[in-house]
Design a binder for this molecule. Structure first.
Ligand SMILES: [Zn+2]
Ligand SMILES: [Zn+2]
Ligand SMILES: [Zn+2]
Length: 347
């Protein structure tokens, strides 16, 4: 069984998932991953292959069709190799100076389309349906008191940790602890709010709209910005213009606008650099079940602002980055933004 271990120096939790791992001698460069389905290999996410996955958790289905059979539009299944499992009891304990807990949580796959399409081939309609299903799933996981955060993400391409099965899908991981990366943002947003009494993300949106140097695209309700201190070439953040700390409270009526803008940012960057590996990650406020908590919880509804980060994996993180915590970005975000904004997307 996987377990979570906490680094006693900086507090970061690591998932030790030995049942997914290869033998130590298989970690070398000799492991060559397949990039596409092998001849005769069937895709477990395609319509008609429902028996290849664990039973579905949820699906948007045509009337009269049965679970785990064809006739769906978006299908949610447990991960085939889950990092965390809902059935586990949360058991946090100490071992000398170390803290550890078992891997209780949720790991779900939202299959965006019944057809074997990649992320690049999704239509606006696919994305709208998928976003609405994700909202439903996060709202459902919020009811589980053992889950503190739901990380929503997409991996595309081998360099970004994506699988060779290129069927478009989103992963949801509900964790029993808050995430280090999100905590850093919460602490930073609170510090800014304490000083200025404004949301730092709202201030970024205001300044970027005035400057027009790093606004890659915008719609009625959302804005796509290449951040001032981008870590990666073409890194793009997608934020709601209206202040909100909780993604799962997003109005369904905004899903079409969101889908259109997200298709546009991917399409424009692709028009510049061709298809690229990426990670697409949601940052949102953790679930808050005991009101009146101190620390970054006090002003969280006013100081934190949910957003997606799209991180193209075009450069390699090497010794200096790992050792220092710095990232090296070889491209100015202003230049990346100009190229992408002006790119024509073929219909
Ligand atoms: Zn498929
Ligand atoms: Zn805000
Ligand atoms: Zn973020």
């Amino acid at each position: 069984m996987p377990e979570l271990r906490r680094d006693p120096v900086i507090g970061r939790w690591v998932i030790i998932a030995t049942d997914r791992a290869k033998r130590p001698d298989q970690f070398g460069a000799a492991v060559v991953e397949k990039e596409a389905l092998a001849p005769g290999e069937k895709c477990p996410f395609c319509e008609g292959n429902e028996s290849m996955t664990p039973p579905e958790i949820y699906a948007v289905r045509k009337p009269g069709t049965r679970p785990n059979s064809p006739g769906w539009e978006v299908r949610v299944i447990p991960s085939i190799s889950p990092l965390l499992r809902i059935e586990e009891n949360l058991d946090r304990h100490g071992h000398g100076m170390y803290d550890l807990m078992n891997a209780r949580g949720a790991h779900e796959i939202v299959v965006d389309t019944p057809a074997h399409l990649t992320e690049w081939q999704l239509t606006k309609d696919h994305i709208v349906k998928s976003v609405n299903v994700i909202l439903d799933r996060v709202r459902d996981l919020e009811k589980d008191p053992g889950i503190k955060y739901v990380l929503v993400f997409k991996n595309y391409g081998k360099a970004a940790g994506g699988s060779h099965i290129m069927h478009s899908r989103v992963q949801l991981i509900g964790t029993p602890v808050n995430l280090k990366r999100v905590k850093e943002e919460l602490a930073g947003a609170k510090a800014y709010y304490d000083y200025k009494e404004r949301c730092v993300f709202c201030d970024i949106i205001r300044q970027e709209l005035a400057a027009q140097k790093r606004v890659m695209a915008e719609s009625k309700d959302f804005i796509a910005i290449m951040p001032f201190a981008s870590r990666f070439p073409f890194e793009t953040w997608l934020l709601p213009k209206e202040h909100s700390c909780d993604f799962y409270k997003m109005d369904r009526g905004k899903a079409a606008d969101f889908a259109e803008l997200s298709r546009m940012i991917f399409g424009k960057i692709r028009a510049v650099i061709g298809s690229f590996p990426f990670n697409f990650v949601l940052h949102t406020a953790p679930f808050r079940r005991d009101a009146g908590k101190k620390g970054y919880w006090e002003t969280i509804e006013r100081d934190y602002h949910w957003h997606f980060e799209m991180l193209p994996i075009l450069t390699r993180v090497a010794g200096f980055e790992w050792g220092s915590g710095f990232y090296i970005n070889p491209l100015l975000p202003e230049d990346a933004c100009k190229a992408a904004r002006e790119a024509q997307v073929k219909a």
